[in-house]
Design a protein around this ligand. Sequence first.
Ligand code: XUL
Ligand code: CO
Length: 442
Amino acid sequence: MGTKEYFPGIGKIKFEGAESDNPLSFKFYDPEKIIGKKKMKDHLRFAVAYWHSFCADGTDPFGAATHLHPWVADAKNPIEVAEHRMDAAFEFFSKLGVEFYAFHDRDMAPEGETPVESEKILQTFVARAKDKQQETGVKLLWGTANLFTHPRFMNGAATNPEFGVVALAANQVKAAIDATIELGGLGYTFWGGREGYMSILNTDLKREKEHLARFLISARDYARKQGFKGAFYIEPKPCEPTKHQYDRDVETVAGFLHMYGLDQDFKVNIEANHAELAGHDFVHELETAAALGIFGSVDANRGEPRNGWDTDQFPHSYYETALAMYTVLKVGGFTTGGLNFDAKIRRNSTDPADLFIGHIGGMDAFAAGLEIAQRLIEKAVFSSFIKERYSSFDSGDGARFEKGDLSFEVLASLGTEYGTIGIRSAKQELLENLFNQQLLRL
Ligand code: XUL
Ligand code: CO
């Protein structure tokens, strides 16, 4: 621990139960509680996002910083800021009781004058973070490189029309992969910050997408050569900051991975707010990833449905978290992944305690969601209905069709036998009612 305490007056956050009126306590997140066969904490695998919690300062396009962090105020230069910031971050992780964090290279270490200097600075901070991880037991869920803030990346990184920028991006990703390996990271994430276009009039779309694939293939090969055993994630997002991002949604990413033979190494990191921007439900993205065998990790947050941008708010809806955890449980739970709070407190939430309260709310929402989802599974509320709904494919001609044993002519001729098949209710309202019935039984 650093010498200074950055969140004085706030101790370790404890589970106090739903009746507690202490805002700095968990109401539903009881880390050691067994749900099914695992502890709650092992189902949920919470991570704190370094960037939103310790780098963001409340700035928005219309106004100056409102979060006047002590780790910035007390420091003499950017290196000192970064040192204090890391002390504050690990103090926060420990007090909150999360097991993981996630970071971009530039969140942790300021950029130097040259690529070589930047890498050296990063290495210094990685050594520091390694010590902190050892001291606190907090682990790295995933690392990544910030390939979107610096002006050189204004036209993209791996998809930049200038080769020199692509090479600089590779230099940065290589250092970030090395950092992730050094810190024992379980994953490495690619979020294509500006991998997309603003105008088709100046863009060779085919070439840019091929460059992206080439970049990912060689980054993967490098990391594997260095002994990285973790998962690579692509984090889909349809737009913002570009008008059209290439990694639009899970289905698009799946097609891209398959086309370039990346589907064995890469999975998706699904962000709730990004799903919404793509016009999907969060659970649609999770189910699609599960169905396509690329479910990896989650950036847990929520959008503001009436705004069209990435507001990155803390998750709050038990309905959404229950649906999400239901899919997570069905897919067998997280392996390398977890629930990373890619969320920030509002610009006008300015008390130091607000950062805790935001995370506590998100953790409680997912803990409650987990309990509800487990009950839905134990009671087979939907699975028995779905099994019955598709049972005509379990035997006879239906099973032969699934296996590919029926030619189209035979399939069509069987159709004549089903002329009077009738209709069968899909019972949506009943199932929605059953969902709500379990939702309120916390
Ligand atoms: C941006 C976003 C990123 C990624 C990591 O919308 O979600 O913070 O999670 O680069
Ligand atoms: Co994210």
